[in-house]
Design a protein. Structure first.
Length: 375
């Protein structure tokens, strides 16, 4: 019998999106947000441009790549990329989680492209990356938020590819090393690793992607919020702080605060180490408890942000365990994604403290024993 713990996490938020705010977060950080001012004013554009510039600096994005703030979170950013760029070549779609499957469905059923090959894997596994044809455009996720699986590195992507690589990396950036020379389009949202507010996405374009945009126009109409060019030319102002639609300057101020915090913990290196340390806490715990295991059994492809676990409980008792932890105010939102195999999903991004993970796991053990002993 394990005694009920007494110490509780300082922050019990382990949701995989929106994710925990950074340690020390306070609403006072938003007091200088230019509320009631136009986002197209000199002040508004300068603050949006500052977010872009700080993002470039922290992530080490090459100067020749363009970065834009776009509507509708990562979903809007990846859909924007697909609707603007696909159709020029055949497409390989690589997926191993629910969101990657969504992008595949949109390519086949909304864009209705015919030259499409799907390369997929079941939850917890990585597809056969050697099957990918990089003479075609390739759409993939770097980290499967709903499966706990990531690509280990960019070595599988050739430098001499003729197609574009379009990558949804929303739960990877700021917590994993991204080889920018391997990617032509990368998208993410503010609400993941840095714990920013939702509804805003970012799109990063390589020179090859920019060239495709200017030389190719898809056969389908593009809604205004997807339009990246005008009269055949890229709208460069989008990548200088003039957004396509009205952004929230309050959310932008929140993102700037998160970026400042990221710098204070050592930038990308510090952020990645924090996330890896969180994963290590869970790895140590799993090693000692045979009723819990990773959905991704292979360590090399195991996500260090969205950590997905299998637990030896039936559906009813698993739900009781999750509810018990919530009632005790020690862990919120840790159920697996609705379309994923039943289990737990614990966010281990950089804004989460390793000590909170360690304390939460003590409660998890207590909760498991408690519900297991029930009739």
């Amino acid at each position: 019998m394990v005694s009920k713990p007494t110490l509780k996490p300082k922050n019990p938020n382990f949701s995989s999106g929106p994710c925990a705010k950074h340690p020390g977060y306070t609403l006072d950080a938003l007091k200088d947000a230019p509320l009631g001012r136009s986002h197209r004013s000199k002040l508004g554009k300068s603050l949006l441009a500052l977010s872009i510039n700080k993002t470039r600096e922290i992530l080490g994005i090459p100067k020749e790549y363009l970065i834009g703030i776009v509507p509708a979170s990562d979903t809007g950013a990846i859909e924007m990329a697909m609707w603007n760029l696909l159709g020029y070549k055949g497409v390989n779609i690589v997926y191993f989680d629910a969101f990657g499957k969504t992008w595949a469905n949109d390519i086949m059923n909304q864009l209705k492209l015919s030259d499409v090959e799907v390369i997929s894997a079941e939850y917890g596994k990585l597809p056969e990356l050697a099957r990918i044809n990089f003479d075609k455009d390739v759409v993939f996720t770097w980290n499967g938020t709903t499966s706990g699986v990531k690509v280990p590195n960019g070595d599988f992507i050739p430098d001499d590819r003729s197609g574009l690589t379009i990558c949804d990396a929303t739960s990877a950036v700021f917590a994993m090393d991204i080889p920018w020379n391997k990617l032509d389009v990368l998208t993410f949202s503010w609400q993941k690793v840095l714990g920013g507010e939702a509804a805003h996405g970012m799109i990063v374009l390589s020179p090859r992607a920019i060239q495709r945009l200017e030389e190719y126009s898809p056969q389908w109409p593009l809604p205004k919020i997807f339009q990246l060019k005008k009269k055949g030319k890229l709208i460069e102002s989008i990548f200088e702080g003039s957004t396509i639609n009205t952004p929230s300057m309050l959310c932008n101020q929140d993102y700037l605060d998160a970026l400042n915090w990221a710098e204070s913990v050592g930038g990308l290196k510090g952020l990645t180490e924090r996330s890896q340390n969180n994963l290590k806490e869970i790895e140590r715990f799993v090693e000692k408890h045979n009723w819990l295991d990773f959905l991704a059994s292979e360590k090399l492809i195991r996500s260090n942000t969205s950590v997905c676990l299998k637990i030896e409980l039936n559906t009813e008792k698993r739900k009781k365990l999750i509810q018990l932890l919530e009632n005790e105010e020690v862990a919120y939102d840790i159920s697996s994604y609705v379309e994923a195999p039943e289990g737990l999903r614990i966010w281990c991004g950089a804004t989460v403290e390793a000590e909170d993970i360690r304390i939460m796991l003590e409660w998890l053990e207590w909760a498991y024993i408690t519900v297991s002993q029930e009739g």
